[in-house]
Design a protein around this ligand. Structure first.
Ligand code: SF4
Length: 574
């Protein structure tokens, strides 16, 4: 029988203990992610399952002070009567949810109470609840004018209304509310969001050679176009109202689509948008975008599968451009016979959407980081420049808290961001398998930028021990804040917590740009200042790292347990 040397036995025991402890550490992090995901799912289910409850009498009484109880419901219209103490009907009320729940302002629908007198003349409106952006809803509540929109008009007159007095700064939310009321009352207002008359100026973008036009249909916004000699040039279709509820970054867009006399698409152009203006302008700058559907019939547009065709949108304005393209498809689907609408085949992956350039650069980074090449300056520096320039500034492909939380809450975007999911898997598993944080040392453009800016001995400033210890807490504190926001479903944007969006500087907000600038200036004097004292993503990856002393409890275990406690407490208290 072979006798194991005591040292080797002890080493094996320690390795085994290190693995068990480390797997427990990963399990804690996984539970935090599951809690965030479970809470997001729960919130979504609650939103969908909550039936529109009958409003409180208190909400109706400002308009019907004599009402003391709810009466019967009209089976045809769903409108509910209100009765006084003697049982006489004093008025009626209806609310817009769930009938108008698909009408969204900036980010969600608003349930509006509609109160009528006995002759079905409107007494006033009230906001019951809203899933729209809080600031906008608050602005409308404060403004208060919406309460008397259409006051004194009959049910039928409101159902045919075509304009309202909107609240500036919350135009889209006001319009969505108004449209919800019109829809609830069975109206067919073509579009309150894009009510502008079509004019000759609109022709300039889609039919520069046209001279005149006439409406083609009252139901749909479409116009027949003629040249100087009266020759039929084609037709212009508007994506409104079909696409009024497709939101890009911040709002819907009305697009005009030009068809030739044979009904084939010539080009498209944005007519009006509530989205962020810089993004909308990018669509005009991309010469190929207006002709995305060129040559296709409306039937073919209706069946167009953006993913299968590998359409990625306009760089820097992906969400706006994809919402525009989906809007055109939706409009086409509404224009063709229902039997021709076939849902796209379900697929888990969409390899055609993978930016292979990013994959190649990151694979090279992985090779450099896991071999002796990492010590070679002549390899490392050119690679870092490519990483910063291409993966950072051109592609903007970086892991961030905003992205990871979005994935935990809404699922992994297999079809659109397969490469980022693979990057995340590598970033999270590598520190466990190899004890090295490959993402931070070799794949993160912002880390590479700070490595290039490493201060020499002249510029370098040293922080005292205390300051160093205190500042090192910041990334973990930010991580705790991220868990509170994510588990609690607080509507707080995490984008400006980190500098990564600043690489897409054309769309970056000031918060992100400030974090970028402060971090970079600090890195000129203190090596890797942002990574060490500011980055929650780096802190998260550090929590997944196995190292030589993983067989013992360590200070980061307290952080892991704290994250778990914060997730549990936040989840149960919200
Ligand atoms: S710590 Fe943050 S900024 Fe630094 S390399 Fe890691 S992820 Fe990038």
């Amino acid at each position: 029988m072979t006798v194991q040397p005591v040292g080797r036995m002890a080493h094996r025991t320690s390795t085994f203990r290190a693995w068990v402890l480390h797997l427990l550490r990963l399990a804690i992090l996984a539970i935090v992610v599951l809690i965030i995901s479970w809470k997001a799912e729960l919130r979504s289910q609650q939103r969908q399952a909550t039936p529109a409850k009958t409003p409180e009498l208190l909400q109706v009484q400002p308009y019907l002070p004599d009402a003391t109880a709810w009466g019967g419901v009209d089976s045809q219209t769903g409108i509910q009567s209100l009765i006084n103490e003697t049982g006489n009907i004093v008025g009626h009320a209806a609310w817009t949810s769930p009938i108008a729940d698909d009408i969204v302002g900036f980010s969600g629908p608003t349930n509006v109470l509609i109160v009528f007198d006995n002759d079905l003349i409107l007494l006033g409106l009230a906001i019951l609840e809203s899933q729209d952006t809080e600031d906008h809803v608050e602005a409308i509540r404060k403004d208060g004018r919406y309460r008397s929109w259409w006051k004194g008009l009959s049910w039928t007159e409101i159902a045919n209304a075509s304009n309202v007095d909107t609240v500036s700064g919350a135009t889209l939310t006001s319009l969505a509310m108004a449209q919800s009321v019109v829809t609830r009352l069975g109206g067919k207002a073509p579009s309150l969001k894009f009510p502008e008359e079509f004019t000759a100026k609109d022709l300039e973008e889609v039919f520069p050679e046209a001279e005149s036009f006439e409406p083609r249909s009252e139901e749909r916004r479409s116009w027949i176009v003629f040249d100087k000699s009266g020759k039929h040039l084609g037709t212009v279709l508007s994506t409104s109202p079909s696409a009024d509820n497709l939101v890009g970054y911040q709002g819907p867009t009305e697009t005009l689509v030009a068809l030739d006399p044979d009904g084939r698409v010539l080009r498209m152009a944005v007519r009006k948008s509530y989205d962020n203006l810089p993004y909308v302008d990018y669509l005009d700058e991309d010469w190929s975008w207006p002709e995305l559907f060129a040559g296709l019939s409306l039937e073919q547009v209706a069946e167009y599968d953006l993913e299968a065709e590998g359409v990625e949108g306009v760089s820097g304005a992906t969400m706006t451009s994809m919402a525009v393209a989906q809007g055109v498809i939706k409009m086409a689907q509404g224009s063709v016979a229902p039997q021709k609408q076939e849902p796209p085949s379900p697929r888990l992956w969409n390899v055609s959407s993978v930016p292979w350039g990013t994959v190649v650069v990151l694979t090279i980074g992985g090779l450099i980081g896991s071999t002796r090449l990492r010590g070679q300056k002549w390899v490392r520096i050119p690679f870092q420049l490519v990483l910063i320039g291409f993966v950072g500034f051109v592609q903007g492909d970086m892991l961030s808290q905003a992205m990871l939380v979005g994935w935990a809450q809404h699922g992994l975007p297999w079809k659109t961001s397969l490469h980022l999911i693979l990057l995340m898997i590598v970033a999270v598993t590598w520190p466990t398998l190899s004890r090295r944080n490959l993402y931070c040392s070799h794949l993160c453009p912002h880390g590479a930028l700070q490595q290039l800016l490493l201060p020499g001995s002249r510029r370098r400033r040293s922080l005292g021990k205390r300051a160093n210890r205190g500042l090192s807490l910041i990334p973990n504190l930010l991580l705790i804040w991220v868990v509170i926001v994510a588990a609690g479903g607080l509507g707080v944007s995490l984008v400006s917590l980190e500098p990564f969006d600043a690489y897409l500087f054309r769309i970056a907000g000031w918060g992100t740009i400030m974090v970028f600038l402060v971090g970079i200036v600090a890195s000129l004097f203190v090596p890797m200042a942002y990574c060490r004292y500011g980055c929650p993503t780096g802190a998260l990856l550090e929590l997944t790292r196995r190292h030589g002393r993983s067989d013992h409890l360590e200070s980061l275990d307290a952080v892991r347990l704290l994250l778990l406690a914060v997730a549990v407490i936040t989840a149960y208290s919200t």
